[in-house]
Design a protein around this ligand. Structure first.
Ligand code: FDA
Length: 585
């Protein structure tokens, strides 16, 4: 017999995308239900690099959520010696300071965000998001498999299988979110357009415990790249020994030829690969799991069909290079959740929801392209070491040794290797890709202001701006009681916020009037001497790109909705125009 349940938003999947969306919707007071076909969350560490933008989402969910993430994470200081070696015990061939640990990059990180990059395996991230969601009101049904859905003018009816009883159940919701991963059935049933290809490379994960402190603790890192014959076949560009917990839990990623049958990763096979990459023929590992997976290169060019949305890996399918998988998935949730909340609360028309795909589909394209390009950018390292011409171990060894010679050729080889390693900043220190997302959509009003050009490489360097569509720049402000708060702290939390300065007080009055008119909570903060927040350092004055009496209107997801350089002739009229346009009223 069929059972019918009701909720406002049904979320298929409790991974990073689904968990974040549930946690955010519950924080905004929206009824939602998350389902997962399995009885529990991720059982392997999978994604781990957690970037500043994702930490800002967790911070927006609350101090305790952010702090719990840091508590379980390996901190940034231990992430940064990206080593290239023959094996962990063998010769080191080069190293790059990664993940914001180069002093120059660290300064950029510190200036960009109140949050710190860290390494938080998915087995820790998912429970944090899930607990936050459930404790704030999300309903959950585990062991519940999505089968199909049908939508009509008023809502969506989703059919699922309760895997404990075998019965089919129906869940009626106003909206459905497919956060069901890279093999998304929701995306398939919607027939959304995709570009790219699945299965462009073969890879295997070998998760194990072994104390390798003696080989790594002096050069702490998240990633140790191993160059051995076959290391450029399939996989993610090179053999990888990834730290899961310092320094006794590890994940090896090793490729295989996608045109051949996938190898059977038996315990003996796994131990053999581990011994080879660690470089210790006697190594004993405690094997935790082993599986094969494929490298994908595919993204949705549209992420919504009427009342149904896709997010996370359901929309962008790519290798773990650049560590963008779980980060982008959580950030998709941050983009969609406030829009769903605004529509469900009657503060916005359904047209607002179309901005989700307008804003996030370009991000999907960008990150899938970046991650796959990063695999190819290992090529120059292989070339510099003469490892691109086959797998003859003796020839490879001769080429590696040649770089230590006192000859012009060897000097050129050393220079080529340094340059090739430097190129890998586009994978391991790619701050711009993480932070520079600027949206162009119906949920942003630029009033014809032109986008500021990037002064430096936009993939490598974040460039703050209050240009509408960009994320609000972070600077530290000081409350009257001395507390230090980020500009991001005084915005967000599911609400629109207007920031102004001395002489801009009329914005506050206008905002109050428009908030009443539209039934929309709208916070206003005046920044300046003896006002709500002080800009003692002058950092806000330098970042805001408006005059003291201008304003910056910030969306609940920290992106700038609109700005005015000075106090306008009719502040209320301007705010009404902008907000009714954004909110599709
Ligand atoms: P995710 O796949 O995490 O979650 C999907 C959810 O939907 C799960 O809860 C699943 O049970 C549920 N679900 C699926 N179908 C369902 C159905 N029909 N009914 C009900 N529930 C359903 N990334 C990275 O950055 N570094 C890495 O090293 C790795 N390694 C890695 C290894 C392996 C084996 C995988 C599978 C993935 C990775 N990734 C990764 C990718 C990373 O894990 C990924 O980007 C995020 O988990 C994406 O989060 P989502 O929430 O979108 O999907």
């Amino acid at each position: 017999m069929e059972t019918e349940y009701k909720t406002d938003v049904l979320i298929v999947g409790t991974g990073p995308a689904g968990g974040a969306t549930g946690a955010l919707l519950s924080s905004y007071g929206i009824s939602n239900m998350m389902i997962n076909r399995y009885r529990w969350l991720a059982n392997t560490p999978r994604a781990h690099i957690t970037n500043q933008r994702t930490m800002e989402v967790l911070r927006d969910l609350g101090q305790s959520v952010e702090e719990e993430a840091y508590l379980h994470a390996t901190s940034q200081e231990l992430m940064g010696n990206n080593v290239f070696c023959e094996s962990l015990a063998g010769e080191e061939l080069g190293r790059m300071r990664s993940w914001g640990t180069h002093p120059e990059s660290m300064a950029e990180h510190l200036l960009s965000s109140p949050c710190r990059m860290n390494d938080l395996p998915q087995t820790f991230m998912e429970p944090i998001l899930f607990k936050t969601a459930c404790s704030r009101g999300s309903e959950t049904r585990m062991s519940t498999e999505y089968l199909s859905h049908e939508q009509d003018a008023d809502g969506v009816t989703t059919t699922c299988r309760d895997r404990l009883s075998g019965r089919e159940i129906r869940i009626r919701s106003k909206y459905l979110v497919g956060a069901d991963g890279g093999n998304s059935a929701v995306a398939e049933h919607l027939g959304l357009p995709f570009e790219g290809k699945m299965g462009v490379g073969g890879s295997m994960n070998i998760l194990f415990r072994a104390d390798l402190s003696h080989l790594v603790a002096h050069r702490p890192s998240v990633l140790y790249w191993v160059m051995q014959p076959g290391a450029d076949v399939g996989g993610i560009g090179m053999g990888l020994v990834r730290m899961v917990r310092p320094w006794n839990e590890w994940l090896i990623v090793w490729g295989y030829d996608i045109n051949e049958p996938a190898p059977d990763v038996t315990p003996e096979f796994a131990q053999g690969v581990a011994r080879q990459l660690v470089g210790d023929p006697e190594l004993e590992i405690e094997l935790l799991s082993a599986n094969v997976w494929t490298v994908n290169d595919m993204f949705a060019t549209h992420m919504q069909k009427d009342r149904v949305f896709i997010m996370g890996d359901a929309a962008h399918r790519h290798p773990p290079s650049n560590g963008l998988g779980s980060n982008t998935s959580i950030q998709d949730g941050f983009n969609l959740a406030w829009k769903l909340a605004a529509v469900l609360k009657g503060q916005a028309g359904p047209g607002l929801l179309e901005s989700y795909s307008e804003e996030r589909a370009p991000v999907a394209r960008q990150i899938v392209t970046r991650a796959n390009k990063s695999i190819g950018e290992f090529g120059p390292i292989f070339e510099a070491l003469g490892m691109d011409g086959g797998v003859d171990p003796e020839k490879i060894q001769r080429n590696i040794s040649a770089r230590a010679d006192a000859s012009d050729a060897a000097e050129a080889q050393r220079a080529a290797l340094r340059k090739a390693i430097e190129l890998k900043s586009y994978e391991f220190d790619c701050h711009g890709v993480e932070m520079n997302q600027r949206y162009a959509s119906s949920a942003v009003v630029t009033d014809g202001q032109t986008e500021p050009a990037f002064a430096r490489d936009p993939e490598l360097h974040y460039q703050p701006t209050t240009w509408p569509g960009a994320r609000l720049p972070h600077v530290w402000l000081f409350a009257r009681d001395g507390r230090k708060l980020s500009t991001l702290d005084i915005c967000g939390h599911g609400r629109f916020t207007l920031l102004t300065g001395i002489g801009g007080e009329d914005w506050a009055e206008a905002a109050g009037q428009i908030a009443d008119e539209l039934g929309l909570p709208l916070d206003v903060h005046v920044i300046g001497p003896r006002r709500d927040y002080e800009d003692h350092t002058g950092d806000w004055a330098r970042a805001r790109e408006i005059r003291d009496n201008g304003c910056v209107l910030v969306r609940p997801d920290h992106h700038v909705a609109w700005r005015s350089e000075t106090l306008s002739g009719d502040a209320a009229q301007d705010l009404r125009r902008v907000l009714t346009s954004i909110l599709n009223r």
